[in-house]
Ligand binder design. Sequence first.
Ligand code: CU
Length: 139
Amino acid sequence: MSGCTRILAPVVATLLVACSPEGADPLPEPQTVTSQAGGFQARWQPSVDPLPLNDSFDATLWLSTGANGLPIEGARISVDCRMPAHRHGMLQEVEVSDEGQGRYRVLGLLCHMPGHWVLQVDLTRGAVTERAQFDLVIE
Ligand SMILES: [Cu+2]
């Protein structure tokens, strides 16, 4: 019996962490910004807190219209992360997947230097591309 307990305990602990990251390690509060031209709102929540230096992380992104806050579904978006002071971006490209109802999953963000980074979300509707951006600090 005690042997069984010893084997099960780590398995249960692993499952709890995998199934409820919020419970074990609270996620940062989502941040909302309005796009530069005011045409949409972007809300993002990284999968980890604090943001890691030189290690991949993911994020959830919600897009909605600026006027009435309706979710923007099936958006054509391009996500990038840049370091303005050094005029460079990331060393890898992110992958964006559409999860429906205006929610998007951003995979593979990686900030390889400490300092100020800017997460840029470019949304293209028709012939117009508009940007929303978030300031990130990597320590
Ligand atoms: Cu840099």
